[in-house]
Design a protein around this ligand. Sequence first.
Ligand code: PFF
Ligand code: NA
Length: 457
Amino acid sequence: MSDTNLASRGNWSSRMAFILAAAGSAVGLGNIWKFPYMTGENGGGAFVLIYLACIAIIGIPIMMAEVFVGRNGRRNPVASMRLVAERNLSNPAWRISAIIGVLAAFIILSFYSVIGGWSASYVMHSAVGDFAGQDAEAVGAIFGDLLASPGILLFWHTVFMGLIIFVVSRGLKSGLERAAKTLMPALFILLLLVVAYATTTGHFGQALDFLFTPDFSKVTWDTALQALGQAFFTMSLGMAIMMAYGSYLGKDISIGRAAVGVGIMDTLVALLAGLAIFPFVFANGLEAGQGPGLIFVTLPLAFGQMPLGVVFATAFFILLLFAAWTSGISLLEPVTEWVEEKFAMSRTGAAILSGVACWLLGIASILSLNIWSDVYLLGMFDRFAETGILDLLDFVTANIMLPLSGLLTALFVGWCVAKESLQDDMAMSDGLFNLWRNLLRYVTPIAVLAVFIYNLM
Ligand code: PFF
Ligand code: NA
């Protein structure tokens, strides 16, 4: 770690700037694409309830722990973990949690970029009016054709990754701040408009019911694992990202309030996305549990039937693309920082190297949608008998690596960081501080371990 790098570390310009940048990382495909389809696959309300509990008692506390490590260390995530461990006379091996995180960020970005590419291609389709007046079958066919064409997928994957490398290589703190400040509110307003329109489908009540009436007969340990994994994924936890962002956070800012702010925004966007999508799913007799294609089929269908649909659809997919873009940037950031410092490379060189490596790995995910659609790397295990490469990478990162990294961070901050210094940094009331610390010490580890163990058995 060079001291020049340390000295050049600026700060976010305000608490709001940090919250928006962190929210820019958090709010992405996970909210608008993944949350609705996972809810659909897992039967609705009960999944939503478990997910909300995971956000409140696991997600937000871990986000605070990660931001704490970043701000206390003020270095790249791996170096910060090591430094904070040394300061607290703990084993520097705790930095394994940040290493798992950086690796997970790398793997996630490889397939995240492929899906980001879908969004980019949908901007085009919407803008030229391909969805106007189409029925479910025609819209489904557009999506099917996209997935079946490796060349087209590769093209959009390349565009998306290029956009990310471009921004990260410029080191863009102000760019990221500024983008998040305008794009987040715009996305929010557009979602509200689509929800308003969804209330006119006559199936809004059914969607409310689906999302908010829990049916616990559908809950299994697998549901819990998925809800937990989604809580990590959606809040960008277990990937060293919040550590990286926290390293730029001023001492005067309350980490607790910032984390709660991000958690609330992220959750609102996910729930709004659900309310925007399910009324159309039910109104058109579509399958709620259809999986990853959900928003790429239902929303275009709805837009295709509404007045000014071309404008709405184009705007929506542009915003989805931007949401994915800010998240993608945040994924490449820790990898780039690490490569830069580890191999003493220039920022641009490190961003290009990491981005291109990610892009190459992404090709495996692209092929798994068509030419390699029957390649099941872990096919020898029942559970993965029909899991293709993209789904496998998603599963391994969201359900194993992120919770594991988060678990280690929680244990480290909860048990190894001296209480006084921790309380000093967090500047919370005694009651809230103790609640938070106990969540990290007991509740988070037990919950994550329980879900892990049940799934291994
Ligand atoms: N939180 C983002 C989302 O919900 O789309 C996805 C994501 C971004 C995951 C950044 C991980 C990450 F590091
Ligand atoms: Na999210």
